[in-house]
Design a protein around this ligand. Structure first.
Ligand SMILES: [Zn+2]
Length: 268
């Protein structure tokens, strides 16, 4: 009885401290051990580390601005609009995209090179934005890495368990793998954000197709942390058919993408 009481009290304290947060995408309550402020602090702390590990920012102000403008259009129609979002293109040849808690989103040169339209870029950024909105990365990081280690690194307080270097932690972050449900939720919420932002949702399906084609040439980094695209394409196509089929005037942006990204990458 006493043990049970202690358990209940501990649970209650945990719940009061950390709170249960509603995932705005699913409407479900989730136990959340980090506050939104801690999400932002962790994102801010690790964004420079991710940049360092992945070749730094691509050295083109106009390309960075273009990627950020597309990303901000998505963020402005997402379920979590008040956060400050940062969209950055990294000078790394892997084919990858990732999100840190608090709104720090990255896409690699290797991924950009294989895209052909702005709506495809919007598809990738929308999927990553949805992970940020759902706080998927925050949940996974606190579970897999440990909240005490993460927060010790942020506040620079050293504890016996916080002996991991920033580079070690960054490697762990790059290896985090979401559940299939989280991925599906991010795909479908991302699809909705794309359309709300005025983009042709077929861009997301095309991106999956491209990744699948590339996977046949060599293993794609994106798939070390994401499920294979075949079944994702099926549910995306079904959603487009049922919900967005009659939308007109949605943007593809092939020419803009070519001049703002593909031409710039030739110079880099
Ligand atoms: Zn994902």
């Amino acid at each position: 009885m006493r043990a049970k009481l202690r358990f209940l009290t501990t649970s209650l304290i945990l719940c009061l401290c950390a709170g249960c947060a509603v995932n705005p995408i699913t409407g479900e309550e989730e136990l959340m051990f980090m506050t939104e402020q801690q999400d932002v602090a962790i994102g801010k702390k690790y964004a420079p580390e991710i940049e360092k590990q992945m070749g730094g920012k691509i050295n083109s102000g106009s390309l960075q601005n273009y990627v950020d403008v597309v990303g901000q259009k998505i963020a402005r129609v997402s379920h979590r609009r008040s956060w400050d979002y940062h969209f950055v293109a990294l000078n790394d040849d892997s084919v990858n995209a990732l999100a840190l808690p608090g709104g720090y989103i990255f896409i690699t040169k290797g991924m950009l090179k294989h895209l052909t339209t702005e709506s495809q870029l919007a598809g990738i950024l929308a999927h990553e934005t949805a992970h940020v909105v759902a706080r998927d990365t925050a949940v996974l990081m606190s579970r897999e890495i440990g909240i005490d280690i993460l927060l010790a690194a942020v506040t620079s307080k050293s504890t016996s368990r916080s002996v991991l270097t920033a580079a070690d932690l960054t490697r762990q972050i790059l290896g985090l793998r979401f559940s299939r449900k989280d991925e599906r939720d991010a795909d479908l919420a991302g699809l909705d954000y794309m359309v709300r932002a005025g983009y042709d949702p077929n861009g997301m399906v095309e991106t999956m197709q491209m990744l699948q084609n590339q996977q046949q040439v060599r293993p794609i980094e994106f798939f070390s942390t994401h499920p294979a695209p075949a079944n994702r394409m099926a549910y995306l196509k079904a959603r487009i058919g049922s919900r967005y089929r009659n939308r007109e005037g949605l943007r593809t942006g092939k020419e803009d993408f070519r001049s703002a990204v593909l031409e710039r990458l030739k110079d880099n």
